[in-house]
Write a protein of this length. Structure first.
Lengths: 535, 354
């Protein structure tokens, strides 16, 4: 047999046209099995982001992690593991899932819309073949039984088949049409949520700033300590509000052996005065945790607080090289805090201070102890460095870290051992300490509280919330509405009375049909009608 | 009563509940051991296989019926089997009674815990308290759904599970009572945690059912017919699958409400952002997705049954990992739950990025 000449339009078996291939791929993508695998993949893909610190969640922690893992960090960086939820591969999974969802659900919507008026299917030839069925014998005539069956099913809100042939010996009924609607609503709502979420991520922003008591904030980019804009955020449309932190109040837990969390902060609020725009009237608000201030499309949240000791550094000439409050960062719930001072203008060399604040200092057995967060007896305890602060080389530097690489630490002689040890200045409010070698002096002038506020705009949050609520409603419909079909057949028995068969089919696969069957059979029995009417 | 005496009342109640749970477990184990000696009549297994229609409330009650049907057994063996049937029934009832008692003591422990805090509050401020509440809900849901789902046979597993978790809570998670940290002081906390804990309880019961499903499934696949012992009283795979589905179908919307509605609303108020990809949130989401996959699996050919049950177990794993485990793997969670030995979450957030 010679080779058949290849004609256009005739294909070898197994060969697919591009169109068929596309259709095959589409069908695969929109199959339940694919949806399932993609869901599992999504769960799996979300895992690394919970174990590796994420830049967008906690950039401080992430950068520390990178410093600790020098070999792994560049590799992880390439794989996007420090920003899993913004990475391409994570997006690939959920975009595929959404495509699959649309491809699966939209055609079902059409299908459902067409089927919405559909009638229950006619009774199968033999009801006794169905898994859940019951046969009984009643004394009434068959017409009366069927009439009764219709009434019973109608009362139970079943839809009855209308076009039953004249003289048919059966009744067909169905209920639970809303299950499918619930399922469709649920899946479509998932897309709504995603849209709302994406809007927030693209058009919103999140910024934070530390403000000391008495300071003013007006909403423009330069005022923020850190600012994370969405990818499409337009900085020119920041809301033009401004506010002052007038006063910051904290209720402190008292001290005492029987007090839980002695000395910790319980309940705090920032009294603020704000204007929604430069010309607007002043208004006041007490900003508390869990009670954000709504300012147009932005919201202001209180997310933390701490202390700023006011410190003055004089140099060798007696000139003020630094004076003012410095934000210290709390290290624990007792507000034992860490901070640095960079007196860059000191002559002959810049001076750096680094150390701790004890808001409620006490000396117990010669050891310094912080009793609590209340600023009842503030003491700063600082080490001193001189030399190059490293600020000249143009590299951005954290204001909370002193780069001591090119500095020398001032030392002093230990009174007991005679050995050299780092110089430590312990100052209460009002104290001044002279630096050795006539380098100058350091004064602790006072202390001020600061608050950290977060300002953010999350457009689409109502869309996302509405979407989830809708999804939940749809879900409940999908899970709890039981789609059922019921058939009743009545045939006159030659020896008198009627032979009745009842069958129930649960279409969700999760239902317990036996009790439904039993209860329908029960209501068909004579006497049930009278009993029901009485109640 | 002072705070301290409430707290010690709570601790004593936890210990007492543990003891009573243990006694309940012993009663169940006695029932279990007695069951090994009494074969189940074939009629009963058939009755169960028809979809549990004839299976009565408790296995032991079912056996009373069985006795009537096996009258043709010799009189002597009937007497002895009747005696042991009675003993089995006794042990089973005792187990149930003790479980209910333990549940009541467990409730006392929780209420006292809330009263010990100043101001009084809901007893879920830290992992210890969550575990206390979560296990309570497991027992409560078991007792509440026992009749409806005919799940008395789950008793020993439920009690065993609760007992183990209570021990974990007391040994590793215990923390003295402390006032709630600022961010947790919100009524959204109450709604959020109540729903999360209820869902956790229901998912856990669903998980226990799935374990039994897998065991029965294995036996059925190998053609082993258990005629005596515990497994002979456990329903067949069809019933187990349905009970498991019902538990999950109840828990899933509640979980959705907890982690995707109330959680974000509260997070928005407290942390200025309704979804932060915080590790706790991530794992709650993972749990949600896995259970969505479970529900899909039940509707997908080739994934029904065994694979679906395995997915349900993966779900329970992620759930309890998130409840207890994630805190030991991640340092950056904002859900630090008033742990006195840690800087409060808000301070962590207060650390500027650069
Ligand atoms: C984010 C993605 C998805 C989530 C969270 C999700 C979740 C769920 C849940 C919870 C159910 C259970 C409701 C029920 O049993 O009726 C369900 C059912 C269903 N899902 Fe999805 N789904 C997703 C994507 C998809 C996709 C991509 C498809 C299509 C391939 C799909 C098709 C279905 C179908 C057909 C059912 C009904 C199953 C039944 O009849 O019981 N889903 N889905």
């Amino acid at each position: 047999m010679s080779e058949a000449p290849q004609r256009p339009g005739v294909r070898r078996p197994g060969e697919l046209t591009a169109r068929e291939l596309a259709r095959f791929a589409w069908r695969q993508l929109t199959s339940m099995r694919t949806a399932l695998v993609l869901l599992l993949l999504l769960a799996l893909a979300a895992v690394p982001g919970s174990l590796i610190p994420q830049t967008s969640v906690d950039s401080f922690n992430a950068s520390q992690w990178k410093d600790r893992h020098e070999t792994l960090a560049p590799l992880y960086e390439k794989l996007g593991l420090f920003d899993v939820y913004g990475s391409t591969w994570f997006a690939a999974v959920y975009v595929l899932l959404m495509v699959s969802l649309v491809g699966c659900i939209v055609p079902r919507c059409w299908h459902y819309a067409r089927g919405i008026g559909a009638q229950p299917p006619a009774a199968p030839a033999r009801l006794t073949r169905l898994p859940d069925h019951e046969s009984l014998h009643l004394d009434q005539g068959d017409a009366a039984v069927l009439e009764r069956a219709r009434a019973v099913l109608r009362r139970r809100r079943y839809r009855l088949r209308r076009d039953v042939p004249q003289g048919a010996d059966w009744v067909a009924a169905e209920r639970g049409y809303l299950r499918e609607v619930g399922n469709l609503v649920f899946h479509l709502s998932v897309i709504v949520v995603l849209v709302g979420f994406a809007m927030g991520n693209m058009l919103g922003y999140k910024g934070a700033v530390i403000l000391r008591q008495g300071e003013t904030f007006s909403n423009n980019l330069t005022q923020y300590d850190d600012f994370v804009p969405g990818s499409l955020f337009d900085a020119s449309n920041l809301d033009p509000f401004s506010f002052d932190i007038e006063k910051f109040d904290v209720q402190w837990r008292p001290l005492g052996p029987n007090v839980r969390d002695a000395g910790q902060a319980r309940g705090y609020q920032a009294h603020m005065v704000y204007r929604t725009s430069p010309g607007a009237a002043e208004q006041t608000y007490d900003l508390r945790v869990n009670h954000p201030l709504d300012l147009g499309s932005s919201e202001v949240f209180l997310v933390g607080h701490g202390y700023a000791p006011i410190i003055t550094v004089r140099d060798a000439n007696g000139d003020k090289a630094w004076t003012g409050p410095v934000n210290f960062l709390p290290q624990d719930a007792s507000f034992f805090s860490f901070g640095v001072v960079k007196a860059i203008d000191a002559k002959p060399d810049p001076i750096g201070l680094q150390g701790f604040l004890y808001p409620y200092f006490a000396s117990i057995g010669g050891d310094p102890v912080n009793l609590g967060g209340q600023d009842a007896n503030p003491v700063i305890s600082m080490n001193v460095f001189t030399g190059d602060l490293g600020l000249e080389d143009g590299q951005p530097q954290s204001v909370y870290v002193l780069d001591t690489a090119k500095m020398t630490q001032l030392m002093t002689k230990d009174a007991d051992t005679g050995k050299q040890k780092p110089l430590r200045l312990d100052l209460a409010v009002g104290d001044t300490a002279k630096l050795p070698n006539g380098l100058g002096s350091v004064t602790f002038d006072g202390i001020k509280p600061w608050v950290r506020v977060q300002i953010s705009r999350s457009p689409g949050k109502d869309i996302a919330l509405g979407g989830v609520v809708l999804a939940l409603i749809g879900l409940c419909g999908s899970l709890f509405v039981r789609p059922r079909r019921v058939w009743v057949r009545a045939r006159p028995n030659p020896e008198g009375g009627t032979d009745v068969e009842v069958a129930v089919l649960d279409r969700s696969g999760g239902g317990d049909t036996s009790s439904v069957l039993a209860s329908i059979v029960e209501s068909l029995r004579p006497g049930a009608a009278a009993r029901e009417e009485q109640t | 009563m002072t705070q301290t005496s409430w707290e010690s009342l709570s601790n004593q109640a936890v210990a007492a509940a543990g003891v009573v749970y243990f006694l309940a477990l012993l009663a169940y184990l006695a029932e279990w051991a007695l069951l090994r000696q009494v074969p189940v009549a074939a009629t009963r297994r058939e009755a169960i296989a028809v979809g549990g229609r004839a299976a009565s409330d408790t296995a032991t009650e079912a056996d009373d019926e069985t006795n009537d049907e096996t009258n043709d057994a010799s009189a002597a063996s009937e007497v002895s089997s009747e005696v042991s049937e009675q003993r089995i029934a006794m042990a089973g009832r005792l187990g149930l009674l003790l479980t209910a008692l333990a549940c009541a003591v467990h409730l006392v422990a929780m209420v006292a815990r809330g009263m010990a805090a100043e101001p009084h509050r809901v007893p879920w401020g830290n992992m210890y308290e969550f575990t206390l509440s979560g296990t309570f809900v497991v027992t409560l849901l078991f007792l509440a759904t026992r009749r409806r789902f005919r799940t008395s046979w789950m008793g020993p597993l439920v009690v065993g599970f609760v007992l183990v978790l209570l021990m974990v809570a007391v040994l590793w998670l215990y923390q003295p009572v402390a006032p709630l940290m600022e961010a947790l002081d919100s009524y959204w906390l109450v709604i959020h945690v109540v729903s999360a804990v209820i869902a956790t309880g229901a998912f856990t019961l669903g998980g226990i059912t799935s374990v039994l499903y897998l065991v029965q499934d294995r036996a059925e696949r190998r053609g082993i017919e258990h005629t005596r012992g515990y497994l002979s009283r456990v329903p067949d795979t069809v019933t187990l699958d349905r009970v498991s589905y019902r538990m999950h179908a109840f828990a899933f919307p509640v979980w959705t409400f907890a982690v995707l509605i109330t959680g974000p609303i509260w997070a928005h108020q407290a942390w200025a952002s309704y979804w932060n990809w915080d590790p706790k949130e991530v794992w709650a989401f993972i749990t949600w997705v896995v259970y969505a996959a479970y529900l899909h699996a039940r509707a997908t050919a080739g994934w029904k049954g065994r694979n679906a049950a395995i997915l349900a177990l993966v779900g329970v794993g992620t759930l309890w990992f998130n409840f207890i485990g994630i805190n030991y793997f991640s340092t950056s969670s904002m859900h630090s739950y008033a742990r006195a030995d840690e800087a409060p979450a808000l301070l962590t957030v207060a650390t500027p990025g650069t």
